[in-house]
Design a protein around this ligand. Structure first.
Ligand SMILES: Nc1ncnc2c1ncn2[C@@H]1O[C@H](COP(=O)(O)OP(=O)(O)OP(=O)(O)O)[C@@H](O)[C@H]1O
Ligand SMILES: [Mg+2]
Length: 311
């Protein structure tokens, strides 16, 4: 239902996203994960009909986001990185205004506003001035304006950024509730957030897709290898090469001083072998221990090239 094909965006000479292609089905909750500057907001702005692409297409329910932006805006709710709030307005007045510019009229305006006030737990602050609310409540008002016209699709750019842990849990809970009846795309650079809310993840890095997978798929890729940490006392620039010479060693990453992170084939049980090598070569063995890989590691692996880690 959302189809993105070869999407590219230049800001002047700077390329922000390059040839992105992905699909999102109706009812899916998909996470955009990527470091700062990866191109998440740019892609979301294009999907929300705010920004034209330089080339490629983004279609929602068959409509081009550039050609048919007026129709599409009716079914999209967008919470940009900075919520589009008027700080001098009261919460309810602002949401009434947001409902009206979304095309609602008559009694529908009030009932839509009451519904989002309820859903976003804004009842206690509905008469207050937006500019005087805490960041978390302002974020909720931002979410409420995105939902006021009851759109099928919600595009939420870092919805929990700047919130305290309690508010983060509450906003996540709200998004999880919305997930049963909406298609949701949300961005984050926090992996646990994505794992808690989303079914599928699109990892983007430097404007390009690094992986598109379900959480199960990403977790499965963890099971293909295991990691050990080897620490020795003596400086010896042969160690990396010697470790790499073993067939079951997939890669060796020098860590902190005289520590090596060794990625090994699954069930290779190389601890004894490493101990023997350390003794035979007088490296001065300090420690060998297994390191459990997390989804965070997969993310880092996909977004940081080895040369950057070594540098
Ligand atoms: N209006 C703009 N003019 C020029 N360059 C821009 C503009 N907006 C974004 N960029 C550049 O495009 C690239 C992608 O930016 P974008 O805001 O999409 O990243 P992001 O993944 O949302 O990052 P963050 O996690 O920091 O929000 C960055 O290099 C950024 O500097
Ligand atoms: Mg952004």
């Amino acid at each position: 239902m959302i189809e993105v094909e070869n999407l590219t965006k230049y800001y002047g000479p700077r390329r922000a996203i390059n040839n992105l292609t992905f699909q999102i089905a109706q009812g899916e909750v998909v996470g955009f994960l990527g470091p700062n500057g990866a191109g998440k907001s740019t892609t979301m702005n294009i999907l929300s009909c705010i920004l034209p692409a330089s080339s490629g297409t983004a279609r929602i329910q068959g409509y081009d986001t550039f050609e048919h932006s007026i129709e599409l805006r009716k079914i999209i709710g967008y919470l940009p990185e900075t919520p589009p709030l008027y700080p001098d307005m009261g919460v309810r007045d602002y949401l009434m205004f947001a409902a009206q510019i979304r095309g609602l009229t008559g009694k529908k305006v009030r009932s839509a506003v009451e519904t989002v006030i309820e859903k976003c737990s804004l009842k206690d602050v509905s008469h207050r001035i937006i500019g005087r609310l805490s960041k978390g409540y302002q974020q909720r008002v931002g979410l409420a304006q995105a939902m006021v016209h009851d759109p099928d699709i919600l595009i939420l750019d870092e919805p929990t950024i700047g919130l305290d842990p309690i508010q983060i849990i509450e906003i996540r809970k709200l998004i999880q509730e919305l997930a049963s009846s909406h298609t949701i795309i949300l961005s984050s650079h926090i992996l646990p957030e994505i794992t808690q809310i989303c079914q599928r993840v699109i990892i983007i890095n430097e404007g390009e897709i690094a992986a598109v997978d379900t959480l199960e798929g990403l977790t499965a890729s963890l099971r293909k290898s295991e990691r050990l940490s080897l620490t020795v006392r003596n400086d010896n620039n042969e160690i990396e090469g010697k470790l790499n010479s073993l067939e079951q060693v997939l890669s060796v990453l020098p860590g902190e001083k005289n520590q090596f992170l060794i990625e090994c084939a699954l069930n290779s049980n190389l601890q004894d072998e490493f101990a023997r090598m350390a003794l035979d070569n007088q490296w001065g063995l300090v420690e060998i221990k297994p390191i459990s890989m997390t989804l965070e590691d997969v993310f880092l692996k996909l977004t940081i090239e080895e040369k950057d880690v070594k540098a």
